[in-house]
Write a protein that binds this ligand. Structure first.
Ligand SMILES: [Zn+2]
Length: 315
């Protein structure tokens, strides 16, 4: 959605912006094509391990994933994921390894998606989200859920096949809803999860349950966590959230009841904030400004109407 493409440049939102990568899924089962793409001199490869990749500073002041041509890539005992091609025809692969390669370059460093997602441009953030999501899924689906035998990797990382019963297993994505609820005075409902540090408030969120529409899920989660009934629900944008396998679906929702009654299990405290309330709470330090790659900060910012202040600890 265009609203999310126009963010300030100091807060990249690589996980919601178009990556410019064509996943070219029709090539995934074509071993000859994949072999040719792998050995092509323009092809770029990076290692993913435990949800991390190596990132490095670029000459123009940005940050990029450290990539090598395939002939420089480590190839022993690896899982190879084909991630797609860019508009110039460059193919991208990720290699799943037990550890990241060592680097002589001082500025290269390992990073997970929560850190790298704030630094990388949309292309690299998209490639990383794809690779990390596949790695998480591969790691947790080594055995067939139908017969219990071992599965093997296929389709350039996008299928696991059971050689005992023939079942094919596909990467799973678990939908989750995240919503900013507003009341009749346009105040925003923000909550604090039980295990969060003091002062951290954010939007409510939860998983979509089986047999439920996403609109029903928004209404159920808000009622369960805060005792508030919502009416109108408007979808805004989504975000891959491979921790380990979610897709965040972001909404604005209108409350039709206003008395807060938190569940005390997931949400310890929830409050209605006017924009003035929130500004004052940021200034006094009572509430920490949300920061990070999560779409939650974007939802709050959209309602707030201007960029949120940076939390003191990250300035
Ligand atoms: Zn099986």
């Amino acid at each position: 959605m265009s609203t999310f493409d126009n963010e300030t440049t100091d807060r990249p939102i690589g996980l919601t912006a178009p990556s410019g990568i064509d996943r070219a899924a029709h090539h995934r089962l074509d071993e000859a094509w994949l072999a040719a793409a792998w050995s092509h001199p323009t092809t770029r490869v990076f290692v993913v391990s435990g949800g991390q990749v190596l990132i490095d500073d670029t000459a123009d002041g940005g940050t990029a994933i450290v990539m090598t041509p395939a002939f420089e890539a480590p190839v022993t005992e690896t899982h190879r994921y084909f991630l797609g091609r860019d508009e110039k025809g460059v193919s991208y692969f990720a290699l799943q390894k037990d550890s990241l390669p060592g680097r002589m370059d001082q500025s290269a460093r390992p990073a997970g998606l929560r850190e790298a997602g704030l630094l990388l441009g949309p292309r690299d953030a998209g490639l990383m989200a794809h690779a990390v999501a596949l790695e998480n899924w591969q790691r947790l689906h080594r055995f067939c859920s139908r017969c219990g035998e071992r599965t093997v990797i296929a389709a350039a990382g996008h299928i696991r096949r059971c050689q005992a019963c023939g079942a094919e297993h596909y990467p799973r994505t678990d939908p989750a809803v995240i919503m900013l609820v507003t009341d009749d005075q346009d105040r925003a409902l923000l909550g604090r999860q039980v295990h969060w540090p003091e002062g951290r408030f954010s939007t409510l969120a939860g998983f979509v349950e089986p047999g439920e529409s996403i609109e029903q899920s928004v209404a159920r989660e808000v009622f369960e966590e805060a005792g508030i009934t919502v009416g109108e629900v408007e979808y805004l944008a989504s975000q891959p959230w491979p921790f380990p396998s979610s897709l965040m679906l972001g909404f604005m929702a209108r409350a039709t009841t206003f008395d807060i009654n938190v569940d005390g299990e997931e949400i310890e405290e929830a409050r209605w904030f006017s924009r003035e309330d929130l500004t004052a709470a940021f200034e006094s330090g009572e509430v920490m400004p949300p920061f990070g790659i999560s779409i939650a900060a974007r939802l709050i910012e959209l309602w707030y109407g201007k960029p949120l202040p940076r939390p003191r600890s990250t300035v």
